[in-house]
Design a protein around this ligand. Structure first.
Ligand code: NAD
Ligand code: GLY
Length: 362
């Protein structure tokens, strides 16, 4: 097991990464404020991993309530969130009961938001079980649900007390989900870690073959990058926005197509290519750079062309982006491969052109 720290002063917390961690309750016990937890998971993950996690805790004398949500991005909404509160109240959970998210980013984001709200804040732990959640969403305290008009629009910054990433859980992850997670791994290389991007180019086949050492390295390096950014800018007043490379376009795809049609990582891959094309049009990177990014996504089995969605619709949806300031769209763009910036300088015609360059011809 390797442990990183998210160094947020008195709210600092560890990220444990390794194999066979789910049943190791001794890793969780130090952060529990009372011997009672509620585990939130979903109908897919519960039969795979709930017993391992809950069993370990029960053997250590902890009372465990179980909350099993329906599976899917389309359930990341108020109704499902409220069903968490129903159980917490029925089970007489207190402010010092710990909420544990067991699952991917959907469960993690919803559980974190529930923890931020229940009795004005209860402790929570992230136990991520997808590649995407192990490299990104479980770290950094962004919690949210979706709104029909925009992705992750209702939420809170609320840090977990601990992240437990058991890499053995990735063995049951469908290939499509593994590939979607790789989009967020590649993101770190593109925005701030060129040597990592080069490592990914050299080791992508090992990652796709689920080589445990390659996966552990990629997760560790991703979390290291994420933790550094979060510590520097917890509430996204600056640098943290760079973690949203491709997300403004990608969120438009997810919302525009209906939540769950496109996986988050798939939408981010296409969105990143749109951002790269826009950066090329602004004279910052060259065609060879765009080509380089595209070929990595192709090798990763990620889409490189978006859905049938009109450019005008993208622009409309992108106006709901959380980076919009004084009504002005701000986008994460590439000044170079390995160096991202936030810019409001893109002209609408170039944004249209970048979207069209990655959209099917009608
Ligand atoms: P997800 O949570 O929907 O999980 C993907 C699928 O895999 C689901 O069907 C899930 O039930 C299943 N699954 C989970 N673990 C499994 C396992 N070990 N074996 C088999 N199946 C398993 O999707 P995701 O990609 O993990 O997360 C995407 C979500 O994360 C989006 O809602 C996105 O907005 C959010 N996100 C949040 C942040 C953040 O900083 N908070 C960052 C990136 C993404
Ligand atoms: N995934 C983007 C962030 O955590 O800021």
């Amino acid at each position: 097991m390797e442990t990183l720290s998210v160094a947020l002063g008195d709210r600092a917390y560890p990220i444990h990464i390794g194999r066979g961690l789910l049943g190791r309750s001794e890793l969780l016990l130090p952060v529990l404020r009372q011997p009672k937890v509620a585990i939130v998971t979903n109908t897919t993950v519960a039969p795979l991993y709930l017993d391992q996690l809950a069993g370990g805790l029960r053997r250590a004398g902890v009372t465990v309530a179980e909350i099993v949500l329906p599976d899917g991005e389309r359930f990341k909404d108020w109704q499902t969130l409220n069903s968490i509160f129903d159980v917490l109240l029925e089970q007489r959970c207190e402010r010092s009961t710990t909420l544990i998210a067991l699952g991917g980013g959907v469960v993690g984001d919803m559980t974190g938001f529930a923890a931020a709200c229940y009795q004005r804040g209860m402790p929570f732990i992230q136990v991520p079980t997808t590649l995407l959640s192990q490299v990104d969403s479980s770290v950094g305290g962004k919690t949210a649900i979706n709104h029909p008009l925009g992705k992750n629009m209702i939420g809170a910054f609320y840090q977990p007390r601990l992240v437990l990433a058991d890499t053995d859980t990735l063995s049951t992850l469908p290939d499509r989900e593994l590939r979607a997670g790789l989009a967020e791994v590649i993101k770190y290389g593109l925005i701030r870690d060129l040597p990592f991007l080069e490592w990914l180019e050299a080791n992508l086949d090992a990652l796709l073959a689920r080589d445990p050492q390659a996966l552990a390295y990629a997760i560790h390096r991703s979390c290291h990058n994420k933790a550094e950014v979060v510590v520097a800018d917890e509430h996204e007043n600056g640098e943290r926005a760079l973690l949203n490379l491709g997300h403004t376009f990608g969120h438009a795809i997810e919302t525009g197509m209906g939540y769950g049609e496109w996986l988050h990582g798939e939408a981010v891959a296409v969105g990143t290519l749109m951002a790269a094309e826009l950066s090329r049009r602004m004279g910052w990177i060259g065609s060879a750079d765009v080509q380089r990014i595209e070929s990595l996504y192709v090798r990763a089995g990620l889409p490189v062309c978006g859905p049938q969605l009109a450019a005008e619709r993208y622009l409309e949806l992108m106006q709901h982006d959380k980076k919009v300031q004084d009504g002005k769209l701000r986008l994460v763009l590439l000044q170079a491969v390995g160096r991202a910036v936030v810019s409001d300088a893109a002209q609408p015609a170039d944004i249209f052109g970048a979207v069209a360059s990655r959209s099917p011809h009608v």
